[in-house]
Design a protein around this ligand. Structure first.
Ligand code: SF4
Length: 71
């Protein structure tokens, strides 16, 4: 069954449940470093870290908020 055009993708839905993170530091005006785990990803604007759930939007790090998941 094909998804309806009004249905959000999981990625779109997850990106709406985010908040700015305190666990980050600016590298320059374009990249931020995530400090949430040992990988300490340097993340350019418009990209996500290795985990794919923390991402740089406009030079600020955004992280999941308001939901619980498991695999
Ligand atoms: S973006 Fe994800 S993988 Fe990278 S340091 Fe942060 S928590 Fe770790």
């Amino acid at each position: 069954m094909l998804p309806c055009s009004w249905m959000k993708t999981l990625l779109q839905a997850l990106k709406e449940h985010t908040a700015e993170s305190d666990l980050s530091e600016p590298i320059d005006g374009y990249r931020v470093r995530c400090l949430a785990c040992g990988l300490r990803c340097p993340i350019p604007a418009g990209f996500s870290g290795v985990c794919k759930v923390r991402f740089n939007r406009g030079g600020k790090l955004y992280v999941p908020q308001g939901y619980v998941s498991s695999r």
